[in-house]
Write a protein that binds this ligand. Structure first.
Ligand code: SAH
Ligand code: SF4
Ligand code: F3S
Length: 446
């Protein structure tokens, strides 16, 4: 490790501030917490004002084209800031940077960007900053793959009562539409002892709810089920969530562990992507419509109060009206509480990008709207049935629309708004449900 005294003195003397914007999934959100920890360690102060910050970091996502366009749009506004503030710097990191086409565009048209790093070398940020400041050279440091999992990075947590914990990085599944395996690399699981120690430390810090993160959590090392069992034993942790499991790796043992657990939340995010076996096959999802429905049946039988959520892609190449109807059929049979719905986005370098019969935009839009309506109807019906029920919720934050209202979540992940004093944030409370909308409930303190 380089000696960073000079860098730290400079940052502290100038009283420099940073602003970070995070795009994409929980992986990126979690990486940003580490970046915040690193920057705080070397003396930077955080600001929420993008307009006045001395250092701007965009942690980027490339899973869909929209995500990339957003970044280029934002970058356009930054160039002129350099002439006004001699300390001003811009850094880009995250998944988008792991693609050569993006790097070439940045070099050609956005050469005012000071530092570019990728998904494998976050921990090197202080060294990159020091080199940039000492030499004046622009820095591009992208690794093609990881060298080792670096443990014990500092991190600033957004909430003090809940936290995400990475259990694995990367993905080996190569779904044919998806760029994640190319930008996040092969699957690597963290050592179980490192995970347990981290969760224990979080519990000691007052964390009550943890979310175990990975692109494919149930292919964790030898056994995700036994990891869950070990975490169950940690005192202080009251709720365990995880994201994302892959249907093909959802074992009977895992279902049993969830069913018998007092802490694992009775909500599972189980991405289906499509209800058509034909499309699932082209997507390389390695399960059929029937496999998926059988799995859901098994889960529902073992855990009657389970809620399920999912991810669905509309308009994958070759998707016919019949294929789409199969998706609607699965949606109705499963009865998802909610779903992330995506319009298929062509990602250069993935097998699906060159598949024939790309679906036209109008057809996709119509299907997308039908899908959202179907999901909303199911959700609204489910939500209305909750009126009058009693739920235990963990209060998480002040509602965006009403300062006197706090938002929390039930064990099964349902969003509940309830009038309550701010000092109850981070506490479990019992509420009676008094009203229901399509995507949230309103409750009253019991
Ligand atoms: N590993 C997780 C999440 C991956 S990305 C999983 O397998 O579920 C989150 C979601 O983005 C995916 O589930 C998928 O629904 C969607 N997605 C990924 N690539 C996409 C693409 N090219 N176009 C549209 N949606 C995409
Ligand atoms: Fe992408 Fe599929 Fe891996 Fe999820 S499981 S990250 S969708 S390749
Ligand atoms: Fe996006 Fe990277 Fe996540 S591409 S969805 S931020 S793993």
């Amino acid at each position: 490790m380089q000696n960073l005294d000079k860098l730290e003195n400079y940052i502290r003397e100038e009283g420099l501030t940073y602003f970070i914007a995070t795009f994409g999934c929980q992986m990126n959100a979690h990486d940003s917490e580490k970046i915040e920890g690193i920057l705080t360690d070397i003396g930077y102060q955080k600001t929420d004002s993008e307009k006045t910050a001395d250092f701007i970091i965009y942690n980027t996502c490339c899973v869909r084209e929209n995500a990339e366009l957003k970044i280029f749009g934002k970058l356009g506004h930054l160039k002129s800031r350099k002439s006004k503030n001699p300390n001003f710097m811009v850094a880009l990191c995250g998944c988008m940077m792991q693609q050569d086409v993006v790097l070439n565009t940045l070099k050609k048209s956005y050469n005012f960007v000071d530092i570019i790093f990728g998904t494998y070398n976050i921990y090197k940020l202080p060294e990159l900053l020091q080199t940039r400041i000492e030499t004046g050279d622009k820095i591009i440091d992208i690794w093609e793959t990881h060298e080792e999992i670096v443990e014990d990075l500092p991190s600033i947590r957004k909430y003090n009562f809940k936290s995400c914990v990475n259990i694995m990085y990367g993905c080996n599944n190569f779904c044919t539409y998806c760029i994640v395996p190319y930008v996040r690399g092969r699957e690597r699981s963290r050592e179980i002892t490192d995970i347990i120690n981290q969760v224990q430390n979080l519990a000691n810090d007052g964390v009550k709810e943890i979310m175990l993160l990975g692109q494919n959590v149930n292919s964790y090392s030898n056994s995700f089920a036994s990891l869950l069992k070990s975490i169950e034993n940690i005192n202080g942790i009251e709720r365990i969530r995880f994201m994302t499991p892959h249907p093909k790796d959802f074992s009977d043992e895992l279902i049993e562990v969830i069913a018998n657990s007092k802490k694992i939340c009775k909500s599972i995010h189980l991405p289906v992507q499509s209800g058509s076996t034909n499309i699932l096959n082209k997507m390389n999802r390695v399960y059929t419509k029937e496999d998926y429905l059988t799995l859901v049946d098994k889960i529902k039988r073992a855990i009657p109060d389970i809620t399920l959520t999912t991810d669905i892609i509309v308009g994958f190449p070759g998707e016919t009206a019949e294929d789409f109807n199969e998706t609607l059929d699965v949606v109705k049979k499963v009865g998802y509480l909610s779903a992330f719905t995506f319009i298929y986005s062509k990602r250069t370098g993935t097998p699906a990008a060159t598949m024939k019969n790309q679906v036209d935009e109008d057809t996709i839009k119509k299907r997308f709207n039908t899908l959202v309506e179907t999901l909303d109807d199911i959700s609204a019906e489910f939500m209305h049935k909750q009126i009058g029920k009693l739920y235990k919720i963990l209060l998480e934050e002040v509602s965006k629309n009403d300062k006197q209202v706090l938002s929390g979540r039930t064990d099964s992940g349902i969003l509940v708004h309830v009038k309550a004093p701010e000092n109850l944030i981070g506490q479990f409370v019992d509420v009676t449900i008094i009203d229901a909308k399509t995507h949230y409930l309103t409750g009253q303190l019991y």
